[in-house]
Design a protein. Structure first.
Lengths: 472, 75
């Protein structure tokens, strides 16, 4: 049966898996639809740094042959995806969104891509991002300004801005992002899609350009909670190439998505339930009401040390990022964008004692978070305090000292869970009066992604999909 | 608690002497301001009663990474 491109692009991974397996859809026609979509939209969105069209077509033909001969590898077989350009891809340019690595072609694949490739996924290309993942705007001075598909004059968030923009622009079926202070969840929240930061060490970081290794996470950005679970099924698990990856057994994260939340006990984090814009407040209160309507009990809980998490995250990131970048800060400082260079220069002023103190604060903050989870299955908080700011708003504040501190208004909701390493899922709660996506987070115990996803899936079913952005 | 004074001049000197390049006065002032705020914030972490808390580096992490790096002997 022939499908129109629009029809093909409308299917999420969960739907595509069955149709590809049953030969209702060909990986070749699906890949062509996505490549055509990229060609038609990416001039406006700038979600991609590199499009690997020839490789994608070759992989699609191979997938078609394999599926036709009964060698189905699983839900990602024949599914076109894309990777944040922080992830190594053997022989394919991997820039990290930088000028410094503009011509870098790794000799091996990141484990996360190796696993997706083994699962039969088709690589459409490498995605735009904030330079070296060090910022939340994705206004990239070297590869173009990435834009929010819901409002082209606004940021998609970052640092995995291209990963979320490509999902919402329907120029990839699923993507990979990374998260050190919120870089998966912020773009998911601001663009209106789903982003899962798994537990630290749940997904291998091998072959992923680091920002701050003790805070860095790798995870899916997708259209639906089910797609995030399916992707986590592929990428989770111990990796001998990453000694920090966990030996904790990975489970089937999609198994309980239909389980509902009747009787589930949910805590609203008091320290993050304030200073919200009117739209965010309305949407978050609506989400709480919806969760209660689904049979969950919801009450406020406190994590007293959580307000300190932002400074802990900042100190650790400043110190660890500088260590990775130090050689280039000596030899090529002029090749960094102004904002990233300034952050690295701030790292030069960070005393070693402060770094160790920040690390010592992490167990305290995690202990407080676990105490808040006593008697609760998951915690919730807004995904951001504000909808997507206009492009240049953060730069304007830095230059003039005038205006809203959007960076703080966004990061304070996400960075604590990089500090604690807990799994955290961002998913849409609705649109603002201006038609901008709004979101909440669901946070769980370490390695309890399954319950986080279960709660997210129940809420997502009740809410229904967001209205699509205007045609690009 | 008073904010430690990190001056633009200090920032410029560190960058000049350790990294061998120059930055503009305005950029140095902004970095100094941020650095001062960080160091102040770090002092506030002491209110979390960190005395008895180990930093989460851990010997297990050390040995696991060493095992990954250790050359395999050929039999």
């Amino acid at each position: 049966m022939a499908h129109s491109h629009d029809e093909l692009l409308s299917f999420d991974v969960g739907a595509l898996a069955g149709k590809l397996r049953e030969h209702e859809i060909s990986p070749v026609e699906l890949t062509e639809a996505y490549l055509d979509r990229i060609a038609r939209t990416d001039e406006k969105i700038r979600a991609y740094i590199t499009v690997t069209a020839d490789l994608a077509r070759k992989a699609a033909r191979k997938a078609e042959t394999e599926i036709a001969t009964g060698k189905w590898r699983g839900p990602f077989h024949g599914v076109p995806i894309a990777l944040k350009d922080l992830c190594y891809t053997r022989g394919i340019r991997t820039t990290g969104g930088s000028k410094i690595l503009a011509d870098f072609k790794p000799g091996h694949d990141a484990t996360v891509w190796a696993r997706l490739a083994r699962a039969g996924a088709i690589l459409l290309g490498k995605l735009n991002q904030h330079e070296f993942a060090y910022g939340i705007t994705s206004s990239n001075p070297h590869w173009g300004i990435c834009r929010n598909p819901y409002a082209l004059e606004r940021i998609p968030g970052g640092s995995s801005g291209g990963s979320a923009a490509a999902i919402v622009a329907r120029s990839a079926a699923a993507t990979i992002g990374t998260d050190t202070g919120g870089s998966i969840r912020i773009p998911a929240a601001l663009c209106g899609c789903v982003g899962l930061k798994p537990t630290w060490s749940r997904v291998s970081r091998h072959g992923v350009i680091p920002l701050a290794p003790t805070l860095d996470h790798v995870g899916p950005i997708t259209r639906t909670v089910r797609d995030a679970a399916l992707m986590l099924n592929v990428i989770a698990g111990f990796d001998r190439n990453d000694s920090t990856s966990s030996r904790e057994r990975a489970t089937n994260y999609a198994a309980n998505l239909d389980g509902g939340i009747g009787g589930m006990r949910i805590g609203v984090i008091a320290e993050l339930n304030n200073d919200l814009s009117d739209d965010v407040r309305r949407a978050f209160d609506g989400a709480v009401a919806a969760l209660r309507g689904l049979g969950a009990s919801v009450e406020e809980v406190s994590i007293p040390s959580l307000p300190m998490a932002g400074i802990v995250n900042a100190i650790i990131t400043w110190a660890e990022a500088l260590e990775y970048h130090e050689q280039w800060m000596r030899s090529r400082p002029q090749d960094y964008g102004a904002d990233v260079r300034r952050l690295l220069e701030t790292g030069m002023m960070t005393p070693a004692a402060d770094y160790v103190r920040a690390q010592r604060a992490r167990p305290r903050i995690l202990a407080d978070a676990l105490a808040a989870l006593e008697g609760h299955d998951v915690l919730i908080a807004p995904g951001s305090g504000v909808p997507a700011p206009k492009i240049g708003a953060a730069d304007n504040l830095a230059a003039t000292g005038q205006g809203v501190d959007y960076v703080s208004a966004i990061l304070r909701f996400t960075s604590p869970f990089d500090v604690t390493g807990q799994p955290a899922l961002a998913l849409p709660t609705g649109l603002s009066g201006d038609g901008l996506p709004l979101a909440m987070q669901i946070i769980g115990r370490p390695f309890d992604e399954a319950r986080v996803l279960q709660a997210g899936a129940a809420y997502e079913r009740a809410r229904g999909p967001l209205p699509a952005p205007a045609p690009l | 608690m008073t904010m430690p004074l990190v001056t633009a001049e200090t920032v410029k000197r560190v960058i000049h002497e350790l990294y061998d390049y120059e930055i503009a006065d305005q950029d140095a002032a902004m970095t100094a301001n941020t650095a001062g705020a960080i160091i102040t914030g770090s002092r506030h972490l002491l209110s979390l009663e960190l005395e008895a808390i180990e930093p989460p580096f851990g010997y297990a992490a050390l040995t696991a990474e060493a095992a990954r790096l250790a050359p395999k002997k050929k039999r």
